[in-house]
Design a protein around this ligand. Structure first.
Ligand SMILES: *[C@@H]1O[C@H](CO)[C@@H](O)[C@H](O)[C@H]1NC(C)=O
Ligand SMILES: *[C@@H]1O[C@H](CO)[C@@H](O)[C@H](O)[C@H]1NC(C)=O
Ligand SMILES: *[C@@H]1O[C@H](CO)[C@@H](O)[C@H](O)[C@H]1NC(C)=O
Ligand SMILES: *[C@@H]1O[C@H](CO)[C@@H](O)[C@H](O)[C@H]1NC(C)=O
Length: 279
C-alpha cells in the first residue's frame, strides 16, 4: 500500500485497494489520516496527553451503548481539554465497531503522536479529536476515492448521481442519519449506495454536507462505477455490488444528538482534495 503525502494540509491518505478477487469482501482498512502540525510542546508533562487517554478510553467504552456515535470532552483547563468523537458505519456489527474504534485510536497515536487535532478514517469508522470543540459544526473537508479509468456504462452514469442525491436526502431526514439504497437500471443493472452523517450536526447541515460532496466531486465520480467519499461530518459510498449489510442493530434506538456548541472556533482549511484510487 502506497501512502500519498499532502504536506500542505498535513494529510496522509492511503490508496484504497480492492485487490482483485476480494472485490466482494467488505473488508475494513484504514483509508486516511489527517494530523495537525506537530507540536513539540506535547509531551508527558502536558495534561493534554493524560486527558487524551481518558478521552480515548471513554470513546471506546461508550460507542456501543451510544449506538455507534459518541462524543465527549475531558479536561478542566482550556489549554489541555480534549474533544473527541467517534462514528461507526451504520451497517457494521457492534464487535466490528469496537474493533474498528480501537484500531483507529492506535492509528492516531502511531501516525500523529505530536498533533492536537487528528482525524482517522477507516472504512468502518471515523475518529476525531482536537484541543478545541468541533461538535455540531459542519465542515465540508472531504476526499473522494475512485479508480480513474473504471468508467461506468452510459445508461447508469445518467442516473447514478441523481440516485445518490436521493440516498443523501433520505439519510439527512432520518434520526440515525444513515441510509442505503439500490438503483435498478432497466431491471438488469444495479448500483448500491450508502450515506451517513455524524449525529451531532443538524439535518440541514447533513443534507448540505452530502450535497456538497456530490457537487464538488461530480466530475471525478460522476462517470465511475465505484467510489467512496470521506469527510469529517459526512460520508458516501457507491458500488456495483451490495457491499453493505442491513442497518446494524447497533443503530436501533439511536437518536440525533443536539450539538453542544454551534459556533466554530477553529475552521480547517476547507480545501477539497481529489484522490485517485486503485481498485
Ligand atoms: C490547539 O493547539 C494548537 C497547537 O497544536 C494551538 O496553536 C492552539 O492555540 C490550541 N488551541 C487551544 C484552544 O488551546
Ligand atoms: C464483522 O466481523 C465478522 C468477523 O469478525 C464478519 O463475519 C462480519 O461479516 C463483519 N462485518 C460487518 C460488516 O459487521
Ligand atoms: C481501474 O479500473 C480498470 C477498469 O476496470 C482496471 O482495468 C484497472 O486495472 C484499474 N486500475 C487499477 C490501478 O487498479
Ligand atoms: C435485510 O433486509 C431485507 C429487507 O428489509 C430482508 O429481506 C433481508 O432478509 C435482510 N437481511 C438480513 C441478513 O437480515
Amino acid at each position: 500500500m502506497k501512502p500519498i503525502y499532502f504536506s500542505l494540509l498535513c494529510v496522509l491518505f492511503y490508496l484504497l485497494l480492492f485487490p482483485s478477487g476480494l472485490c466482494f469482501a467488505d473488508i475494513n482498512r484504514q483509508t486516511g489520516t489527517l494530523c495537525s502540525e506537530s507540536d513539540n510542546s506535547l509531551n508527558e508533562d502536558d495534561g493534554f496527553l493524560v486527558n487524551l487517554r481518558t478521552t480515548m478510553d471513554s470513546l471506546s467504552d461508550n460507542v456501543i451503548n451510544r449506538h455507534g456515535f459518541y462524543k465527549t470532552r475531558v479536561g478542566s483547563k482550556k489549554s489541555n481539554t480534549v474533544y473527541g468523537s467517534v462514528l461507526c458505519r451504520g451497517d457494521i456489527s457492534a464487535d466490528n465497531c469496537s474493533n474498528c474504534v480501537l484500531n483507529s485510536i492506535k492509528a492516531a497515536s502511531d501516525d500523529c503522536p505530536k498533533s492536537r487535532d487528528v482525524s482517522v478514517w477507516f472504512r468502518w469508522c471515523f475518529l476525531r479529536y482536537a484541543n478545541q470543540s468541533f461538535f455540531g459544526t459542519m465542515e465540508e473537508t472531504s476526499v473522494a476515492v475512485t479508480n480513474d479509468t473504471d468508467f461506468d456504462e452510459a445508461k447508469v452514469v445518467s442516473e447514478g448521481l441523481e440516485f445518490m442525491g436521493g440516498v443523501a436526502e433520505s439519510a439527512s431526514e432520518k434520526s440515525i442519519m444513515f441510509e442505503t439504497g439500490v438503483l435498478d437500471v432497466n431491471n438488469v443493472t444495479k448500483r448500491y449506495g450508502m450515506a451517513q452523517c455524524t449525529r451531532d450536526i443538524r439535518k440541514e447541515d447533513c443534507r448540505r454536507c452530502l450535497q456538497a460532496q456530490l457537487q464538488n466531486f461530480r466530475t471525478g465520480i460522476g462517470n465511475k462505477r465505484r467510489w467512496e467519499i470521506y469527510g469529517v461530518n459526512c460520508f458516501m459510498w457507491y458500488n456495483d455490488y451490495r457491499f453493505y449489510n442491513n442497518a446494524s442493530i447497533l443503530l436501533s434506538g439511536a437518536k440525533r444528538q443536539s450539538p453542544w456548541k454551534r459556533y466554530t472556533i477553529g475552521i480547517w482549511v476547507g480545501v477539497l482534495a481529489m484522490l485517485q484510487m486503485v481498485m
